[in-house]
Design a protein around this ligand. Sequence first.
Ligand code: SIN
Length: 317
Amino acid sequence: MENSTTVSLSTQIGRVALPVCLYNASGARCTTAQDLLALAQSGAGAVLSKSSTMQFREGNPAPRYYETTLGSINSMGLPNLGHEFYGQHAQVHAALQSGKPYIVSVSGLSLEENVSLIGFYNEAAGIDAIELNLSCPNLPGKPQTGYDFEQVQHVLDAVCPLAKQPLGVKLPPYFDIVHFEQMAAILNRYPLAFVTCINSVGNGLVIDAHTETVVIKPKNGFGGLGGDYVKPTALANVHAFYRLLRPEIGVIGCGGVKTGQDAFEHILCGAVAVQIGTQLMREDMPVFARIAYELQTIMQQKGYTRLEDFRGKLRYL
Ligand code: SIN
């Protein structure tokens, strides 16, 4: 890998340094101790946990994840091992000395639960940042917080004063220019280190014409879409928030990344780092080294030696 000596993929999310700008999307292979250890030993530049709740959750009934050639649909329902597990794993992660940050995803089922979780993780050693998930589309009867702008403000009013580690939010996709502007105006009022764009495109429906059925069980087959289906929406959200947010708030790209070129496009749109979901599910841990190599090759061909050489420099016609 000759090009790895001349092309750096290192990046910063606020004050958190990542040796490589690629890591897992929350939800993809990051629930169990085995998953988290495999991520620590992979080519990922950080380890991000599954979204955690206070209590262990079984999640929605299976089948709840399905892949097509164009991507994935899921309705997992936040299966996770509970906050104590992810807090304790922080010490395990630190002991591994992998040199990469450990980020915990938080998805309390209420405002009070988010406050308790952030209070708990504040005191747990070895956590480098918190990603607050405001966008799970898979909890029957619970709307996505990110689509309720007033509620987003209530949540941020409550949690921002508590957070000791760098705090970011994972947003749902927005589809209207006015919504980009309104949400960015809200986020700009808080001391956030990052926003992650985007969670899955909620409540899609994949069906099997042969069996004439839905392909996942929860919510009569409705679920969040990932993969190729969502890349243009993800790029639009990354670029809109890159332009609208204060420059101190890094945008993390997530959605449709399966090659080095996809990662390059997210960074060109303004992403400081790029998460991988559906393709990590398909390919497992080797995905990080492969995409890093492909991204380095593209950068070398273009004469770029670091991400800042092209980050956010998308040109208009
Ligand atoms: C899930 O567990 O249902 C997925 C999490 C998410 O989309 O935020």
